[in-house]
Design a protein around this ligand. Structure first.
Ligand code: ATP
Length: 362
């Protein structure tokens, strides 16, 4: 187990900067996910930690050692990739034992380690089989076993579940989480899949365009997105956004150029402070919009545009002027396209972002 400290990491490919001034401390024994869209720099960051890429500048510490100049093999890490890369001519046992034999470990110790890993991964029954006789999930477990037996200080995983079907992926998510908590080894896990990140991680580091946007627990990043990017990236359906201005009347409100109106709470008005004259982006999640079939004064009138039944809930697309808001409703609320209803907003769960800095205002 080890803490990883990344300080001012920059990685350039020619003129292109893939990772920009990254500062991140990963705690000893923590399961942290690097999350972001394709090309955001998460794999590059992982490869720099692994020693498979050399950073342009900055420092990486694993445990007490600065590893900047250490080769991958000397960093005491184990990697698992999207592609399992098992040796086809070796049994599962021999695949798992491979890194230990490469270290010239003596056979009794090898056997003990392979058996322990197999037990933890619940794959004792397949140790004598070759990879072509194993299903995708089993192969991935063997690959995990091969990473585990070395008992490294850190596991680095790059989208290891991508090639599995949806059911197996969801099972393996829980398995990996259990496994990591059981062995307590620091885990850095790369994915573009927010469900994976939210369900498995203790903390999530969200990146975009090479820039770290926010680091926090799954609840932090969901409930208090620090930037406009995080607000739009985390959550399904994505957060509703509308560009508005502050109008200080009897009751301070946010308004767009058409019919959208949102009454600010005193705390929200205070938080806006110096942003008052500029446009800002109002954000609200689908589950924080409440459809009111019998509108009362103060509710925002909307028209039902589309309904998307999902079994346990319905997503309604609601028109406000030329904008569409997506709201979640219970399956019992039956509305038809064209119905005129209204919505109210859960004010404590509303957000606003500065259009220039894209940082959260509230
Ligand atoms: P993905 O999930 O698609 O791999 P990512 O967030 O992991 O996305 P990276 O693989 O880290 O992204 O790539 C970040 C950026 O750096 C991308 O724009 C990519 O094209 C670029 N890049 C990565 N490796 C190289 C390389 N060897 N040479 C040039 N550009 C590279």
């Amino acid at each position: 187990m080890a803490e990883i400290v990344i300080q001012n990491l920059i990685k350039k490919y020619g003129d292109f900067t893939a990772v920009k001034n990254l500062d991140l401390t990963i705690r000893d024994g923590e399961f942290i996910t690097l999350l972001g869209p394709s090309g955001c720099g998460k794999t590059t960051t992982l490869r720099c930690i692994a020693g498979l890429e050399t950073q342009t500048s900055g420092d990486i510490k694993i445990g007490p050692r600065v590893v900047n100049d250490l080769k991958a093999g000397d960093r005491d890490i184990a990697m698992v990739f999207q592609f399992y890369a098992l040796y086809p001519h070796l049994t599962a046992y021999d695949n798992i034992a491979f890194p230990l034999r490469a270290q010239k470990m003596e056979q009794t110790a090898v056997n003990e380690r392979v058996k322990t890993a197999a037990k933890t991964l619940k794959i004792e029954y397949l140790l004598n089989k070759r990879p072509n006789k194993l299903g995708a999930g089993e192969q991935q477990r063997v690959a995990l076993g091969r990473a585990m037996v070395r008992r490294p200080q850190v596991y680095l995983m790059d989208e290891p579940l991508t090639n599995l079907d949806a059911k197996l992926r969801s099972e393996m998510r829980m398995e990996l989480k259990r496994l990591q908590r059981e062995v307590g080894t620091t885990m850095v896990y790369v994915t573009h899949d927010q469900t994976e990140a939210l369900s498995m991680s203790q903390r999530i580091a969200i990146m975009n365009l090479g820039v770290l946007q926010q680091v926090g627990t799954p609840l932090d990043v969901y409930n208090r997105p620090a930037t406009l990017f995080v607000a739009g990236f985390i959550g399904t359906p994505p957060m509703n956004f509308v560009r508005c201005k502050v109008v200080d009347g009897d009751i301070p409100t946010l308004r767009d150029e058409e019919s959208f109106v949102y009454k600010l709470t005193p705390q929200q008005r205070a938080a806006i402070g110096s942003h008052s004259s500029a446009e800002l982006v109002f954000g609200i999640r689908a589950e924080d919009i409440h459809i009111v079939p019998e509108p009362s004064a103060g509710d925002l009138p909307v028209e039902v545009f589309l309904r998307e039944p999902l079994g346990d809930e319905i997503i309604y697309d609601l028109k406000v002027g030329d904008k569409i808001f997506r709201a979640k409703a219970p399956p019992t609320l039956r509305l038809n396209n064209g119905d005129k209803v209204a919505v109210s907003f859960d004010t404590v769960r509303a957000h606003a972002y500065d259009t220039q800095t894209e940082q959260a205002i509230f």
